[in-house]
Design a protein around this ligand. Structure first.
Ligand SMILES: Cc1ncc(COP(=O)(O)O)c(C=O)c1O
Length: 359
């Protein structure tokens, strides 16, 4: 399979068996959001310059604003979360060094092992629980002694949210303190950090206050068409800037997309609570349906993970009504986002209930 989220468009994904019904409600991911008219207008009117020369006013402003929001010295705009994580890990680690990372985290599972392939950085995966956590003892045990048979443990990679689960702040703080005790740097894959911030009513900077680098995606719940920002100290961000160039991520008149990112940060943070509310409403409506299971305690932000032996049939039923869902293994992820309003939510609930009533 080429992707976790295969297109339902048969011209792109000929293996799709569903009849061609245009997708009107897309539950595959929050990456599927499309820029609003207001965002498009800002993009169309954006002033631009050549960002590789440091000339693009919107990119410069976005980098500055993101750094400020997250309480760091400097920021760097990158085309994707994957490149942002990669540039960050390579900025922290040299060849032959090692990063500790949760086994289910995106850096470990879903970035084609880029840090190892391109940076010769080993990844040591720590076992995570249902909520994406590992504990202090696991972290300490994983740090290698000073022994030339072993890689040098250099970095701890965290993630928040993990599959929609908020990482408890006191636990993150304790992990970072323990990492620092062992002399490690710390990186946060905060692709959905803003969901965690809004859900806990905490300033985003508080969530990452003692973490060295943080990557935040603008293209998920925040609704920009693409782009991520990496923030940290001036020194580490400049190192990452060189790496971004090396990785082919130096962009020219990038202000058009940076303007979308700025718009997303200015307008789309607080509205994440709507996605969370709708996710809870969906969970409440689905609870008790015979033949459908999910763990309510893991429904914390904008995702829930469904289990049913009839999942493929359910996905086909939804596809016929223009509702897209990707069935993956045991757990099928359902993601709510800004393109799903209350009306769409009603349709989703009615369609799922209808399926199970008939089966
Ligand atoms: C937790 C997490 N980190 C990083 C990424 C990578 O982002 P991108 O798709 O922009 O490369 C994703 C993408 O889904 C993600 O879910």
């Amino acid at each position: 399979m080429a992707s976790h989220y295969p297109s339902l468009d048969p011209s792109i994904n000929p293996s799709t068996t569903s009849p061609v019904v245009p997708i009107t409600i897309d539950l595959r991911s929050d990456t599927v959001t499309r820029p609003s008219q207001a965002m498009r207008q800002v993009m169309a009117a954006a002033q631009v310059g050549d960002d590789v020369y440091g000339d693009d006013p919107n990119v410069n402003a976005l980098e500055h604003e993101a750094a400020e929001l997250l309480g760091k010295q400097a920021g760097l705009f990158l085309p994707s979360g994957t490149m942002s994580n990669l540039a960050s890990v390579l900025a922290h680690c040299q060849r032959g060094e090692e990063a500790l990372v949760g086994e289910q985290y995106h850096i470990h599972c879903d970035e084609a092992a880029g840090v190892t392939v391109l940076g010769s950085v080993a990844m040591h995966a720590l076992t995570t629980d249902l909520y994406g956590r590992f504990d202090l003892e696991q972290l300490s045990v994983a740090v290698k002694p000073n022994d030339y048979h072993q890689p040098i443990t250099r970095l701890l990679c965290l993630e928040n949210t993990v599959s929609g689960c908020i990482q408890e702040q006191s636990h993150i703080d304790a992990l970072v303190e323990r990492a620092q005790y062992h002399g490690l740097s710390t990186h946060m894959d905060g692709a959905r950090l803003m969901n965690a911030a809004v859900a806990q009513n905490l300033p985003p900077a508080r969530l990452v206050q003692s973490i060295d680098t943080v990557s935040v995606c603008l293209s998920k719940g925040l609704g920009a068409p693409l782009g991520s920002v990496l923030v940290g100290s001036q020194v580490i961000v400049e190192r990452a800037r060189r790496l971004r160039k090396m990785l082919g991520g130096g962009m020219r008149q990038a202000g058009i997309i940076a303007a979308a990112g700025r718009y997303a940060l200015q307008h789309n943070l607080d509205r994440l609570v709507q996605d969370h509310r709708r996710t809870q409403e969906l969970a409440s409506a689905l609870e008790g349906i015979k033949g459908l299971h999910f763990d309510r305690s893991r429904v914390q932000t904008n995702m829930l993970f469904l289990q049913s032996i009839q999942m493929s049939a359910l996905a086909d039923h939804l596809a016929l009504q223009g509702i897209a869902l990707t069935v993956t293994g045991h757990n099928t992820r359902v993601v709510l986002h800004m393109d799903i309003d209350d009306e769409a939510l009603k349709q989703i609930i009615a369609s799922i209930q209808g399926f199970f009533n008939a089966h």
